[in-house]
Ligand binder design. Structure first.
Ligand SMILES: Cc1cc2nc3c(=O)[nH]c(=O)nc-3n(C[C@H](O)[C@H](O)[C@H](O)COP(=O)(O)OP(=O)(O)OC[C@H]3O[C@@H](n4cnc5c(N)ncnc54)[C@H](O)[C@@H]3O)c2cc1C
Length: 376
């Protein structure tokens, strides 16, 4: 197996980096979680979400025995993953950019890439796995069409502050969401979401807009930010695209953001990329060298991808409307009357249980009974 990456690894990327407990459970299955935690990445055991005047808080929901989350810097995480791939027998060539896909008898036969030294090389491949991000070159070169697409909803700015204590904190007001995540080296990532339509205005005074958002949406967090020091430049993007591309074709398959991207507001991209990789490996199994079995495996991957990620995609779109309606607040207020419902709320947010396992007829009947009892 050959891995090509155009970046000089390990490198940072434009992304915050919360990993849900279900993503960490996959790292544990691959034997990588202990190594990650040994890098000094803080365990995140508590999560809180303040929506308007309703404050929900719980322990991070457990997935497959892992009862914490974390937010490792990408230089650390990506280096760990690259080393693991090499240990498993893969050859890694970084600073090598894929620029072409030669076809033989209508089927992609490999990739052409620019080498670290500036030359060009072509390698043949039985299966090209396009794991090259939202702007995927591979998807363009193999001609994978977009099958589902929705408009962009949010833009985000974030940076790092030193000495802020706390777990994973989220604060939401109409049209605004702010959060804090502890990461390596006593740093806290503080991010601020705005509606995408505001991007032209926000970017004109990005740092001021970011601080205004934190101050207005999360005043308590703002006080802690104001008392600490910023350690990195502010970064932001309006490229929060929402889509599914065709998952596979003869000789190619797309994994991670390349095949499916959604607003980062539910912080699921990394966890989902891990899940997709696990599903792909499971579906292809040892069928790589048998054309029929390979096609069947890739088709199974496509079906499982849409079944697993379409509900999470819909949830991200909903969250990205940054809507704090009276109805939503009333629902959250009711959830807040019972610990088990709050725990389920965070389990839905983490993708550990499906939304319909919480937001169902039974819940709405209980809410209605609660309202009736309160008015008597
Ligand atoms: C602002 C922001 C905040 C986010 N916050 C979170 C969060 O908190 N938690 C979370 O889980 N997700 C988050 N995400 C999403 C997350 O970053 C992505 O979903 C995740 O990185 C997807 O991984 P990937 O491997 O598919 O793509 P990427 O991480 O984009 O990796 C693609 C790789 O392909 C390489 N590449 C690209 N083109 C070529 C080429 N032509 N040739 C060779 N190599 C190439 C790149 O160098 C890169 O290494 C956020 C995203 C953004 C933008």
């Amino acid at each position: 197996m050959l891995l090509l990456d155009r970046a000089n690894l390990p490198s940072d990327t434009l992304s915050t980096h919360y990993i849900h407990s279900s993503g960490l459970a996959l790292l544990a299955r691959w034997g990588l979680l202990d190594g990650l935690m040994a890098t000094g990445c803080p365990r995140i055991e508590q999560i809180s979400h303040q929506v308007g005047d309703v404050g929900l808080a719980a322990r991070v929901p457990a997935a497959d025995g892992v009862d914490f989350a974390c937010a490792p810097r990408r230089q650390v995480l990506d280096a760990l993953l690259a080393d693991a791939a090499i240990s498993a027998g893969a050859h890694l060539r970084d600073a090598c950019e894929v620029v072409g896909v030669p076809f033989e008898r209508g089927r992609p036969a490999g990739v052409t890439y620019r080498t670290r030294a500036g030359g060009r090389d072509t390698v043949s491949a039985r299966l090209i796995v396009g794991a090259d991000g939202m702007m995927s070159t591979i998807s363009d070169l193999v001609g994978s069409p977009i099958e589902i697409e929705d408009q962009r909803l949010t833009c985000i700015y974030y940076t790092y502050w030193t000495g802020i204590k706390g777990g994973f904190e989220l604060y939401e007001q109409p049209g605004r969401l702010v959060g804090a995540l502890p990461t390596h080296n006593n740093q806290t990532l503080v991010f601020a979401y705005f509606p995408s339509a505001e991007f032209p205005k926000v970017r004109t005074h990005a740092l001021g807009s970011y601080l205004d958002n934190v101050r207005a949406t999360a005043p308590g967090l703002f006080d802690r930010v104001a008392a600490s020091a910023r350690t990195e430049r502010l970064r932001g993007t309006n490229q929060q695209r929402n889509f599914f591309r065709q998952a596979w074709g003869p000789g190619w398959v797309l994994v991670g953001d390349a095949g499916h991207h959604k607003d980062s507001i539910t912080a699921r991209g990394i966890t989902d990329a891990f899940e997709q990789a696990a599903i792909l490996a499971d579906c292809v199994g040892d069928g790589l060298h048998d054309e029929t079995r390979l096609s069947e495996g890739l088709q199974r991957f496509a079906e499982r991808r849409i079944a697993r990620f379409k509900p999470l995609y819909r949830m991200a779109l909903l969250a990205a409307t940054l809507d704090v309606s009276p109805y939503r607040l009333a629902t959250l207020r009711f959830l807040n009357t019972r610990r088990d419902l709050v725990e389920r709320y965070f389990a839905v947010s983490a993708g550990i249980i499906e939304a319909r396992q919480l937001y169902n007829r039974q819940l709405f009947a209980q809410m209605s009974a609660h309202r009736t009892a309160a008015t008597q």
